[in-house]
Design a protein around this ligand. Sequence first.
Ligand code: CA
Length: 224
Amino acid sequence: MKILLVEDELRISQSIKKGLEQEKFLVETAFDGEAAFDLASSNEYEVIILDLMLPKMDGVSVCRKLREDIVHTPILVLTAKGELEDKVSVLDCGADDYLVKPFAFAELLARVRALTRRPKLQESAILKIDDLQLDTRNFEVKRSGKSIDLSRKEFTFLEYLIRHKNRILSKEQIIENVWDYEADVLFNTVEVYIGYLRNKIDKPFKDKKPLIHTVRGFGYRIGD
Ligand code: CA
C-alpha cells in the first residue's frame, strides 16, 4: 500500500519522500491540487499527506471533493504556521489530522503511522539500548533506573539514534530526521546536541560504558 504525498515545494516533498521510503513506505507524489485529486480518486492509498497551499486547487478543496466522491482514505493535512486559523476548515473538510509546519520528520512519521490501517508493527513504546530506556508515550528517559531530564529536541534526537542503534548516522541524516524541514541547521548544532546528550546519558554514569560514539569522518553511532 502506498502513501500519496501532495506538496508543491520540491525540497520538502523530496525530503519527506526519502524519509518515508527509509521507513519502507511506497510514496507517490503530486505537486498541485488537481493532480492530487486525480491520483487520489483513481488509486488506493493508505494515507494522503496533503499540503494546504497548492497550485490549481487548494488542499481544503481537494479534501472536500474527495470526501464528496466517497474516498475515505485517511488525510493528514500540512499547514503553515500562519494558516492555523484554517484548523476548523481543515477538520470540517473531512481531514483526519493536521500537522503545523515546520515539524520534525519523527512527528510526521508518528501521525502517518497512527493513520495507517495496517496492523501496527510490533513496536513497543519503550525503546532500549543497554541499560538506557526511553518511553515514547510519556517522554521518560532512564539509565540504570535513574530518570534523566531531556529537552524535547534532545529526546527526538536520542529517539532517532536508538531507533537506528548500532548504525553510523551522518550529520546530514541526523539533521534531516531530527530538525525541522525549514530550519537551517548547521553541522555544529548537531555536535552541540551530541554534547548535551553525552552530558546527560554518558557522563553521569562513569562506571558504565559510554553509549554515544563519534565515528571520525562519518558521524555518530549509539551502541556498545
Ligand atoms: Ca504549499
